[in-house]
Design a protein around this ligand. Structure first.
Ligand SMILES: [Zn+2]
Length: 681
């Protein structure tokens, strides 16, 4: 039997401070964490909600170098954007700190030192690339060279982005430093490693045996697969000048590896929030620790950080790590580098006062068990059909009719019918049911249950028709509205975790405050005669033009990406002049053109190249040119491409075309007409 925890520490993954946050982060991590915490607070539980910016690591130093600013300037900029947008979105952190803080440096250093002094690390010397001109060791991302797999000349030291192969820097052919452009040299360097392999038996017992039934299957499955593959020592330090310095002699120029220092950020943020009592939230077994993260972070929060906590010895371990899958955008993977994202700070600008609409859509569509897709059409439909037509409509009808018929005072309930009692009976069951779903991290189902309550309210009003009933039975009308208003009053509390701004506006209209969660289903939240404030719409419709503008913004991004990709298409390998001269390039004049039957793309062309007979060339350009319009045009031809049979036609050469980033083709023509067969050289 598990007893209720005395308190909760809830963390949300530290966002990386080299860019703003987008809807994928929100749906996967911050929104579910916030719903969970807001619910716990309404349950009167002692809970601390901890987060902050992750501000160390190589991507930040690279961005700083690209933009010609300092790493501190990069993280200052994004820390502010992220913090402000979270606040406006209603994420109710108790503290949003940052890993560049002085407290964090101390906490992370102390953590490292304790493990170091107790011999929990292993020391290992290895050879790493060093830039002699820049006088520093090079992180993998600071080394580029030729991919041994595909020949891409700009592969990184950890990965080739063209063919996707994982690399180590020493595998690169012709490596060069991104700092100086010089060839780096191998030098010996010493680092400290956390021997994860030594903790494997313990991890098996703790996760594979211990959390089989209470961790989400996607999380448990990933952990099991990591452990089954076998764990290896992992370096906790690296050669870099941006981060928490390694606090031992002989470690000049080394910092804690960002994966080691970042999770300690949860602890240091808690210490900043509660300088005297922070230990209670991290070291007292009565505390339940829950990490909200995305699936890309599972190994860090389920295996590596727990091993760190276990090795330290003073800390509790996470009770649960309810990681989510990924949210896609309009059918494509969200990508920060390609700007394929809906950025939170931009959404808040484009949709002022509509944070709750995004909260609703992201929760209703959260990638809890599998990857999910966000589309603007779905965003609009959920707003118009669910928030406006269901939730908003119910609340508005109950309030407006009470103002119209009873001067805005809660009318008396008299002689309850079986139907009335059934509605109140159902209302009573909602808080526990929604609460149980939230406690089991099933936020989508919880939100759907909440919407079932407003469906119940709408059905009750549709069945009883108080707007007609008033003509024949004022007392009965009063009873119906009394009950409808009790449902609305319970929504003030039940909505709060999901849509806090709307819950607050509803509270103002009803002139009450959100109460304890368990009290939400009661039938007497509003007393007879209680005066209501004027009704206002909680939500309004979002029109086609608004969502089309957002879709257009994404299409523009896609186009810009394609243009950038075209410009950035890597150069091919050098060839010799002799190799070039093997190509017989000529100008010809098209004398006839027709579509190749039963194909979409192919045209059969007759091209006058100065020989007795025109040559036949089959070309895949039918989607770009009308055959008749080509006749008489001059074109560039590769004459000596070996003849090929295409759709039964012998093609004797190849038309050369220029291709735009969006795939549009144009002919390569001389600036003034030349004789057919003129050579190109
Ligand atoms: Zn490659």
């Amino acid at each position: 039997m598990q007893t209720d925890p005395q308190r909760y520490t809830v963390t949300a993954a530290l966002p990386y401070a080299n860019g703003p946050v987008h809807i994928g982060h929100l749906a996967g991590v911050y929104l579910p964490a916030d719903i969970y915490v807001r619910y716990l607070r309404l349950m009167n539980r002692d809970v601390k909600f901890i987060c902050g910016s992750d501000e160390h690591g190589v991507p930040i130093t690279i961005r700083a170098q690209k933009e010609g600013v300092t790493p501190q300037q990069v993280v200052d900029k994004y820390h502010t954007i992220i913090k402000d947008s979270f606040q406006e979105f209603g994420v109710s952190f108790d503290i949003y700190s940052r890993t560049s803080s002085e407290t964090h440096r101390e906490v992370a250093s102390d953590f490292f030192l304790k493990l170091y002094n107790e011999g929990k690390f292993i020391e290992q010397t290895s050879e790493q690339y060093y830039d002699e001109q820049a006088d520093q060791f090079l992180a993998d991302r600071y080394i580029v060279g030729t991919c041994p797999n595909c020949g891409n000349e700009n592969a990184y030291g950890d990965q080739c982005e063209r063919c996707g192969t994982s690399l180590s820097p020493t595998e690169l052919i012709n490596p060069r430093s991104m700092l100086s452009g010089n060839k780096p040299v191998l030098r010996e360097t010493k680092h400290w490693y956390l021997p994860l392999d030594q903790y494997e038996p313990w991890l098996r017992e703790w996760i594979i045996e211990g959390h089989k039934n209470d961790w989400k299957t996607n999380v448990y499955g990933q952990c099991k697969s990591w452990i089954d593959q076998g764990l290896h020592p992992r370096a906790v330090t690296r050669d870099l000048d941006w981060g928490v310095p390694v606090p031992v002699p002989g470690a000049e120029g080394k910092v804690l590896y960002v994966w080691f220092d970042a999770p300690i950020g949860y602890i240091s943020a808690t210490k900043e929030l509660l300088p005297d009592t922070w230990q209670t939230y991290w070291q007292d077994p009565g505390t339940k620790l829950v990490h909200f993260i995305g699936k890309d972070n599972i190994v860090f929060h389920c295996i590596i950080f727990p091993v760190m906590l276990k090795a330290h010895g003073n800390y509790i371990l996470p009770a649960n790590v309810p990681a989510n899958e990924f949210l896609n955008l309009e059918g494509d993977k969200i990508s920060t580098s390609r700007n394929w994202a809906v950025w939170l700070h931009e959404y808040l600008q484009d949709f002022p006062g509509k944070a709750d609409v995004l909260r609703y859509v992201l929760c209703a569509n959260a990638p809890e068990t599998k990857d999910n897709d966000f589309t603007w059409k779905d965003f609009q439909a959920r707003n118009n059909n669910e928030l406006v037509a269901n939730l908003g409509n119910f609340v508005n009808r109950a309030l407006v009719l009470t103002h119209k018929f009873f001067g805005g005072q809660v009318p008396a309930a008299t002689d309850l019918t079986a139907e009335d009692q059934e509605v109140l009976h159902q209302l009573h069951a909602f808080p526990a049911r929604i609460g149980e779903l939230i406690e089991n991290y099933r936020f989508r189902d919880a939100l759907n249950e909440l919407m079932n309550l407003t469906r119940l309210g709408n059905k009750y009003l549709a069945d009883t028709e108080p707007w007609k009933l008033i003509k024949t039975d004022e007392v009965r009308t009063g009873t119906v509205l009394h009950i409808a208003l009790q449902l609305a009053a319970s929504l003030v509390t039940l909505l709060e975790p999901f849509l806090p701004a709307s819950a607050a506006r509803l509270a103002t209209m009803l002139q009450i405050e959100a109460g304890a969660w368990q009290q939400a289903g009661r039938p007497d939240a509003l007393l007879t005669g209680h005066q209501l404030a004027p009704a206002a719409l909680l939500f309004d419709k979002i029109d086609d033009a608004t969502v089309e503008a957002q879709v257009q913004k994404l299409l523009d991004t896609k186009k810009a990406n394609e243009l950038a990709a075209a410009v950035a298409a890597p150069a091919k390998e050098d060839i010799s002049f002799e190799q070039f001269q093997t190509m017989d390039l000529r100008i010809g004049t098209i004398v006839a053109a027709e579509k190749v039957a039963k194909t979409k793309k192919l045209l059969k062309l007759s091209v006058d190249l100065g020989f007795d007979e025109p040559r036949t060339i089959v070309s895949g350009i039918a989607e770009h040119f009308v055959p008749e319009a080509l006749v008489g045009q001059q074109v560039q031809v590769l004459l000596n491409l070996a003849p090929r049979e295409i759709k039964g036609i012998q093609s004797q050469g190849m038309l050369l075309m220029a291709e735009n980033a969006d795939g549009v083709l144009s002919l390569m023509q001389p600036s003034s007409a030349v004789l057919p067969g003129s050579s190109v050289a």
